[in-house]
Design a protein around this ligand. Structure first.
Ligand code: HEC
Length: 114
């Protein structure tokens, strides 16, 4: 009986650790290609592209994204409260804590194109 409980707890723990939207990401040194770009592609590009640049902002290429992160605009918007009308992504739930932290850390590393 005790063995069962330990086994179940063990699997719950493994699952909790494995469950992350971006499992390949190194939190302190996130890769632009593997971690950062997909966050923008999945959450931002639908409104920030060549055809439809929301707020005149495009977030498609490394250059677009690194500029908007470095100048502070992206981090300002993603950190806002859900109730704030300026929060991004507009009309969707906030980014997860880990996604926000990855973008902050990538900025602190001077936005490498890695
Ligand atoms: C549903 C559409 C939509 C989505 C999704 C969206 N945005 Fe926006 N975004 C807008 C619109 C419209 C504006 C212009 C109005 C404003 O400034 O709030 C804007 C403005 C911005 C601005 C300010 C631009 C400036 O120069 O003032 C930033 C930064 C921004 N968005 C970042 C993001 C990021 C980062 C994401 C993804 C996490 C995202 N947005 C997702 C529609 C969207």
């Amino acid at each position: 009986m005790r063995f069962y409980i330990i086994t179940i707890l063990f699997f719950l723990l493994i699952n909790a650790c494995a469950y992350d939207e971006l499992p390949l990401c190194e939190i302190n040194n996130p890769s632009f290609t593997e971690c950062i770009k997909p966050i923008f592609t999945d959450n931002c590009v639908s409104c920030h592209n060549q055809q439809q640049p929301g707020g005149n902002l495009i977030l498609e290429t490394y250059y677009d994204i690194s500029q908007a992160v470095k100048n502070g605009d992206v981090i300002d918007r993603i950190l806002r409260e859900h109730s704030d009308p300026l929060v991004m992504p507009l009309g969707s739930p906030k980014l997860s804590e880990s996604e926000i932290q990855l973008i902050i850390n990538w900025n602190e590393n001077e936005t490498p194109n890695n």
